[in-house]
Design a protein around this ligand. Structure first.
Ligand code: ATP
Ligand code: MG
Length: 242
């Protein structure tokens, strides 16, 4: 008789490293999300209870209650929308993606964003460089960083984008001429839900998502400040070698 495999999962259906990484990332994200959505949900719940329990509430109280419910719901929707993007990208099998094509797609998206149209972009590509990624992943990593740069500069300034192959890796550098990242925030910008934006303007998920994607692809992202001012984000990913 054929011996039973020693592990519960037969070798042929064992998760790859990338799948394990992705599940770990999703699990971590899920825990943070549950924590984060519980506050607006609780606020909506108690406001509804107040409005339901009072007969004949004044129009002002009703207006305030409804406004509070609306803003909490807007925050919940923003969070679920971002997470929807995160879970959708990467649904397909990994395939070689040209770095320049992903850069160009992300830059085109930037142009359509609120702070994007006026920003000057200086772009140096890496022709022929490709990385192994699932559809939309690389573009999303780059777009999240570009959008932050445009937002930090309030739509005015310059973003320098450069890709260069270095050994077995490709390094994507995105520099901006904004105010830079305060030293005390540098260690937190990749934390899920860390944001300095006004309520309704940012969920704090953009960089957390980019960070998880970069790790899933076997790479990393670093944030720093430039000596001459402005922020610098460097994403290093393994080069695909045919
Ligand atoms: N280029 C930058 N210059 C200055 N600060 C930045 C830059 N990029 C990111 N940050 C800081 O990092 C924080 C986290 O960024 P992240 O993209 O994760 O979330 P967000 O932009 O606030 O919200 P979301 O991306 O969900 O809309 C920002 O709120 C901002 O404080
Ligand atoms: Mg962002």
């Amino acid at each position: 008789m054929k011996p039973l495999p020693k592990t519960a999962v037969p070798p042929e259906v064992k998760a790859t490293d990338a799948q394990t990484q992705r599940l770990a990332a999703l699990g971590f994200m899920l825990a943070s999300v549950c924590h984060e959505i519980s506050n607006p949900l609780a606020a909506v719940h108690s406001m509804l209870q107040i409005l339901q329990s009072k007969r004949g509430v004044s129009p002002e109280t009703l207006d305030k209650g409804l406004a509070s419910i609306a803003s909490n719901i807007a925050r919940l929707l923003a969070i679920t929308r971002k997470l929807g993007d995160f879970s959708r990208v990467g649904a397909d099998a990994p395939a070689p993606v040209a770095v320049d094509a992903a850069m160009e797609a992300a830059l085109a998206l930037l142009r359509y964003s609120e702070q994007g149209p006026e920003v000057a972009v200086d772009y140096r590509g890496a022709p022929g460089a490709a990385v192994l990624a699932r559809a939309g992943q690389l573009e999303q990593v780059i777009f999240n960083i570009l959008l932050n740069a445009a937002q930090a500069m309030r739509g005015r300034g310059r973003i320098e984008v450069a890709a260069r192959a270095a050994g077995e890796s490709v390094v994507l550098s995105i520099r901006d001429t904004g105010p830079g990242i305060p030293a005390e925030h540098l260690g937190r910008v990749f934390d899920p839900f860390f944001t300095t934006k006004a309520p309704g303007e940012g969920t704090g998920l953009g960089l957390a998502i980019s960070y998880e994607i970069a790790h899933e692809l076997g790479g990393a992202i670093r944030a720093s400040n430039r000596e001459e001012g402005g922020a610098l984000f460097e994403t290093t990913l393994p080069l695909w070698r045919g």
